[in-house]
Design a protein around this ligand. Structure first.
Ligand code: SIN
Length: 356
């Protein structure tokens, strides 16, 4: 028979260990994962199927269960918002997602949000949210280039790193972030650069913000363009976004796309020009005519890097166009849509392109 003092001490030790475990768990940040589909939730026929798989098949509960390590770094909950491949992401989904993110972040019991997303349009969703989320709490987008069934699938480690970042103090106030391949990028400047490799997300020239290494994020820089709580955009009352299209230019291009967009009722057109946003002689009159009909024209470049200079390759003052600064055409389209929810004044819209 054990002496009663020994039993008392054992009970006290067990109580202490239990209390310590409960305290450690409640000290962890509360991160909500919003799942939208993509390759991170994809499955292939075999473990070596890394192309030709089916995106958006695994549900959020399985994604969370697949990475038990998440429970050690955050109190994680999940919601399935959509289950789609990201080529089907659009304005309608963005409004639903943004409203959900804003609702969750307004709750005191949510410290950060991770959004799992297909990589193809991930940069666009990230930039849209960067402009409309009304909170300093971290929002991190994450995807994968290999389906969940593949050898060396990148989804689990990417998800773990995203949750670590979303639950961190360091990520607060840095705008919407993209975490992929152990790297942290700012929503405004990150882009997908490779069709298939896991290191596809880059912020060329302007540079990524940091790494996730050794179970924590390491930041080396922060975005300086206005974002999240510091923007003038509010999706709260919006049920749709203005139609803004992208006209891509190439050698021998004609005016057909621009004219079709105008006939289809576009409120804005982003011209993805060559070089410094140059306008071919066959396209310029169509864009100018569109502007005279009230369509707002944004001059961007298909090059991928650098500033499109105002009044450089076109007389923007005379044409009453705006320039996209360093935004790529797909992100310029997002800013122009949101700008058009506020104003049709091109001087105001140009100010926004230099601010965001
Ligand atoms: C998608 O964007 O939904 C498919 C591709 C991917 O997630 O990598």
């Amino acid at each position: 028979m054990l002496p009663s003092t020994f039993i008392q001490r054992l009970c006290a030790l067990l109580f202490f260990l239990l209390a310590a475990a409960v305290q450690a768990q409640t000290a962890l940040p509360r991160v909500t994962i919003l799942a939208t589909g993509g390759t991170i939730a994809g499955t292939g026929a075999t473990s070596t199927t890394t192309v030709g798989y089916t995106a958006a098949t695994v549900g959020i509960d399985s994604l969370i269960k697949g990475v038990p390590e998440l429970q050690k770094v955050a109190r994680v909950s999940g919601e399935q918002v959509f289950q789609i491949a990201s080529e089907n992401m659009g304005n309608e989904q963005w409004l639903v997602l943004a409203k959900r993110v804003n609702t969750l972040l307004a709750q005191p019991d949510v410290d950060g949000i991770v959004i799992t997303h297909g990589t193809d349009t991930l940069e666009e969703t990230a930039y849209f949210l960067d402009l409309v989320v009304k909170s300093k709490k971290p929002v991190v987008l994450v995807g994968a280039m290999r389906p969940s069934t593949a050898l060396s699938a990148d989804g689990p480690i990417n998800l773990y790193n995203a949750v670590l970042t979303a639950g961190s103090q360091e990520a607060i106030g840095k705008g919407v972030l993209v975490v992929m391949n152990d790297q942290i990028h700012a929503a405004r400047d990150v882009t997908k650069t490779n069709t298939t490799t896991p290191d596809t997300f880059k912020t060329p020239e302007l540079g990524m913000l940091g790494y996730v290494v050794g179970n924590r994020p390491h930041f080396y820089r922060a975005p300086v363009r206005r974002h999240t709580v510091d923007t003038e955009f509010d999706v709260g009352q919006l049920s749709a976004l203005p139609d803004v299209e992208i006209a891509y230019t190439y050698a021998n291009v004609g005016p057909a796309a621009v004219n079709a967009f105008v006939a289809g009722g576009a409120k804005g057109i982003v011209h993805a020009g060559v070089g410094d946003g140059s306008l071919p002689n066959r396209v310029r009159p169509a864009l100018s005519a569109a502007r005279q009909k009230g369509v707002v024209i944004g001059r961007a470049s298909r090059v991928g890097q650098g500033i499109v200079a105002r009044n450089g390759e076109a007389n923007d003052d005379e044409l009453d166009f705006v320039v996209a600064d360093t935004l790529n055409p797909q992100k310029a389209r997002i800013l122009l849509m949101l700008a058009l929810t506020r104003t049709r004044d091109t001087r105001e819209i140009q100010r926004m392109f230099y601010a965001y």
